[in-house]
Ligand binder design. Structure first.
Ligand SMILES: *Cc1c(COP(=O)(O)O)cnc(C)c1O
Length: 386
């Protein structure tokens, strides 16, 4: 790793992780499961305010198990946010099911209740309902879950809350991830806290979580001779990585504060440019500002997000466009899509205009100054003069 590169979001280890990892080493509890796994599951569930958690090898694995628990199989439909990372929808394909993508709303950039309503309406007409709805909480901000849950409850379809990017956020004072029937977190290296790689499935349904644990450990029946009735997976988190997770969970609140401060500095320094807008923070809860994301109004700013990304890259600064909506991906070419309004696709607009700025909780002040210096000079040369 080049040391002077500024990353979009890099791991930020605290002071407790080593203690838990050291304990795993000194007791030779390296693998597979062990006390750190049990404790991490307990602490995570406690944090989220749910009955239980299963820690896994990735957030993607957690989504996969949630879909399987809801009985999603070959030929089924699953509604899913379009503006997200591909990992939200890949597990739908693992199960042989078909995603139908739902647009964002402008207020939170998350699933549009209007578009969802239209999708349900059409499902009712065709008589083919989805087996599950995957709602993504983007860039550290919860979706507006009350109207979404209301619709899903009305049609009796369970919600999987993809909170991979929103651990630490709230929705109406409840913890992000705890509102859907299942919630999933990711501890991938770029997330707000990390185990170097990992994820979790949370729920109030403890029987379902037990079943998830069973499938995640190769569906091994309780017999000495490795008895198998069902097909399983190797999805569990190791005791060493769970130790990292326990340490990281203890600094989560500090990480949220640091990311929000980074975001605040960008806001103060870049708001003077007409045509720059920040991802709105919805009034219903706290965003972690996992990433600070801006949009550029092409009417006012002549440079495009991709030009800015290239300019920053030349200064060894990593930035990214907003997620390419999944309904635009060749992988999902044939899938249905419901825009926010008939002729207004919010996720497409956000993809065209959006720019994710380096947002790490361990970013040094001088690094952020360097980023702002480059952004100011790019924007000053790119402002349209009238
Ligand atoms: C990172 C991410 C995932 C996947 O998590 P992994 O732990 O990397 O498998 C899923 N959904 C979203 C929205 C993500 O950002």
């Amino acid at each position: 790793m080049t040391s002077n590169r500024i990353f979009l979001s890099s791991p930020h280890i605290g002071e407790y992780e080593r203690v838990f990892v050291e304990e795993a080493f000194s007791t030779n509890w390296i693998a597979p499961l062990g006390p750190n796994v049990d404790a991490f599951e307990y602490e995570l569930a406690e944090y989220a305010g749910v009955a239980g958690a299963v820690v896994l090898s990735s957030g993607t694995a957690a989504i996969h198990l949630a879909l399987k628990l809801l009985g999603v199989q070959q030929g089924d439909l699953v509604f899913c946010s379009s503006l997200t990372f591909v990992a939200s929808a890949n597990p739908i394909l693992y199960q042989g099911a078909t995603p139908i993508f739902i647009d964002s709303e402008p207020e939170s950039w998350n699933m549009s209740p209007k578009a969802l309503e239209k999708a349900f309406h059409d499902a009712q007409l065709s008589g083919k309902f989805p087996k599950a709805v995957i709602v993504v909480n983007l860039y550290g901000q919860s979706a507006d879950l009350d109207p979404i849950m209301e619709l899903c409850n009305y049609y009796n379809v369970p919600v999987i809350e993809d909170a991979a990017e929103s651990l630490g956020a709230t929705y109406k004072s409840r913890k992000s991830g705890s509102i859907g029937y299942f919630g999933i977190y990711s501890f991938n290296g770029n997330k707000i806290i990390t185990t170097s790689g990992g994820g979790a499935l949370i729920s109030n349904d403890l029987d379902a979580l037990d079943k998830a644990r069973f499938w995640a450990t190769q569906a091994r029946e309780p017999a000495k001779h490795y008895q198998h009735i069902e097909c399983g997976y190797n999805y569990r988190m190791s005791n060493v990585l769970a130790g990292i997770g326990r340490g990281q969970l203890r600094v989560l609140e500090e990480r949220v504060r640091a990311r929000r401060e980074v975001s605040q500095v960008y806001l103060e320094r870049l708001s003077k440019f007409k045509g720059i807008s920040f991802m709105p923070e919805a009034t219903f809860g706290r965003s972690t500002r996992w990433l600070t994301v801006v949009t550029l109004d092409p009417q006012l700013i002549a440079v495009t997000p991709s030009e800015i990304i290239n300019e920053l890259e030349a200064a060894n600064i990593e930035s990214r466009p907003v997620w390419k909506p999944l309904h635009r991906q060749p992988l999902f070419e044939k899938c249905l899509y419901y825009p926010h309004k008939e002729h207004e696709s919010i996720s497409d607009i956000l993809f065209a205009r959006g720019l994710c700025l380096p947002s790490g909780s361990n970013m040094r002040t001088e690094d952020q100054e360097k980023i702002i210096y480059h952004l100011e000079s790019i924007l000053n040369s790119g402002m349209k003069k009238y």
